[in-house]
Write a protein that binds this ligand. Structure first.
Ligand code: BES
Ligand code: MN
Ligand code: ZN
Length: 498
């Protein structure tokens, strides 16, 4: 495993196998970015012609390697493009690109712009996440990760900078494990296996003196039946692997605020009897990304020791086709008694979330946030890099602000009044799960969920787009599970108790 250290050493003199600097796309051509000043000095007047010869532009994603032949303390200089604007987002992405560009160095010095706590955080998170790999299922898993990464920063002794550096590693670890859980094949992460994984991770995290305290309760199918969780049981009924509901509670002494989190944990979404076309089914192991994100955000909040109570609810089910699967036309009774007429077994997420949301309201939290790979409609609306946020306007605003500091792209979406009529259109049940009108399907889903929030301040994050990267890596985002929402939830909790 890579160790990260923070130092104020000179990037020109430091002896690593490679040293990374940023290049800005300036108005008059490429320029070395902040943090690289003494590398620029070491090259002096030779720098401009060198950059020109190499064709360096400073464009986002660009990497150029230069043997330093004695000019610097390190034998290899890596130039990474920051684009035109140097902010935390550009730095986070460039650090991610840098992590993949030097595959075989034992030690790497990062001399990217790091003049503030915010930027040190971006460099650290970006590098950890950009270098993420998932090799569990490879016969040979040779590690290309460096042994040591030194984050170079002139302000390395400032207290808030050190704190940002340490916290960045906690959050990045949580994001990385979220990616692992999403990437595990669905046959190996059935609801019981997922619940066991969370139980084992909770045990591991809370072991020993000084470790954070998190209580866990796993409800199996019998317990769910006794409780009357008809949504989770209905969706899970078609699978040979029974459903689960996992509840975590982090309750530090003296906490004055209480946040409840709910995450969609569909371990595989075939669509059920309303079966998905083959092409849409391929990536449906990622339908538990919201569940993984809320669990890992809870761990990160506890590890950081934030003085906030967090109650986390994770319904887990596999949406499959079989003789015991729920049918269109069935009526399910959600936890708490609301009845729902099923029209489309592929709109399963809202059914498991509804049970968990009602459970969450019983704890009387100050605020309720759910995270779910809920609708393809949100992907059509916002693309595959941006999450949609709906709910109580104040909570939505705060979530968007947290997404900004965490470096995640999120956008507000409305819940139009007309959706209320649509969700209440069932002739035989309290609510209609779906109405076959395509338009605004992601907003219909949010209106449906709102029915189960007990009027509490609430936000719903639809991460169907950004939770899984089907293409190649970009910035700090690697292929497969992305771990989106973990950073935003941690920053939201931070802001609540700031
Ligand atoms: N898990 C899917 C949503 C999804 C789509 C996630 C694409 C990730 C990428 C969800 O359960 C689903 O099937 N939603 C339906 C909703 C519809 C039936 C109202 C959809 O998107 O078509
Ligand atoms: Mn579905
Ligand atoms: Zn789904």
């Amino acid at each position: 495993m890579t160790t990260y250290t923070l130092r104020s050493a000179s990037p020109a003199k430091t002896r690593c196998e490679a040293v990374v600097v940023g290049v800005v796309q300036g108005a008059k051509g490429p320029e070395l970015a902040d943090g690289a000043t003494d590398v620029g000095k070491a090259y002096g007047r030779k720098l401009r012609p060198l950059l020109a010869t190499l064709g360096v532009t400073g464009k986002t994603g660009e990497t150029v390697k230069v043997p330093t032949a004695g000019t610097l303390g390190s034998p290899l200089l890596v130039l990474v493009g920051l684009g035109k604007v140097v902010d935390a987002t550009a730095v986070r992405r460039a650090a991610g690109v840098a992590a993949r560009s030097v595959g075989n160095a034992a030690s790497v010095g990062l001399a990217l712009p790091a003049g503030s706590a915010e930027l040190v955080r971006a460099v650290t998170e970006g590098h950890v996440l950009g270098g993420y790999t998932f090799t569990t299922y490879k016969k040979e898993s040779k590690s290309t990760a460096p042994g040591e990464v030194v984050v170079l920063c002139e302000a390395a002794r400032r207290k808030e900078v050190v704190a940002a550096f340490e916290e960045a590693q906690v959050v990045a670890r949580a994001v990385a494990v979220t990616r692992d859980w999403v990437n595990v094949p669905p046959g190996d992460l059935t609801p019981p296996a997922f619940a066991d994984t969370v139980a084992a991770a909770t045990r591991e995290l809370t072991r020993g003196r000084g470790a954070p305290k998190i209580a866990i309760k796993v409800h199996d199918e019998q317990a769910l039946a006794e409780m009357g969780c008809g949504g989770i049981l209905g969706v899970g009924g078609g699978s040979a692997a029974p459903p689960r509901l996992v509840e975590l509670s982090y309750s530090p002494r003296g906490a004055e605020r209480h946040l409840a989190l709910v995450g969609k944990g569909i371990t595989f979404d075939s669509g059920g009897l309303t079966i998905k076309p083959a092409q849409s089914m391929g990536e449906m192991k990622s339908d538990m990304a919201g569940a993984a994100a809320v669990v890992q955000a809870t761990y990160a909040i506890a590890t950081l020791g934030l003085p906030i109570k967090v109650s986390t609810f994770v319904p887990m089910a596999e949406n499959m086709v079989s003789g015991s699967a729920m049918r269109p036309g069935d009526v399910l009774t959600q936890y708490g008694g609301t009845t729902v007429e099923i029209q489309n077994t592929d709109a399963e997420g809202r059914l498991i979330l509804a049970d968990a949301l009602v459970r969450a309201t019983e704890r009387r939290p100050d605020v309720l946030i759910d995270v779910a790979t809920l609708t393809g409609h949100m992907v059509v609306a916002l693309g595959d890099r941006v999450a949609g946020v709906m709910g109580s306007p104040d909570v939505v605003d705060d979530v968007l602000a947290a997404a900004g500091t965490a470096g995640e792209e999120m956008w507000p979406m409305p819940i139009p009044e007309a959706m209320d009529e649509r969700i209440h259109s069932s002739k035989i049940a309290d609510l209609s799960q779906h109405d076959w009108i395509r338009w605004g399907g992601g907003l219909y889903a949010a209106a449906f969920l709102r029915e189960f929030t007990g009027g509490l301040p609430w936000a719903h994050l639809d991460i169907a787009g950004p939770s899984f990267n089907s293409g190649g890596p970009w910035g700090h985002v690697t292929s497969g599970g992305t771990g989106v929402a973990v950073g935003t939830l941690v920053d939201y909790a931070r802001a609540l108790v700031a």
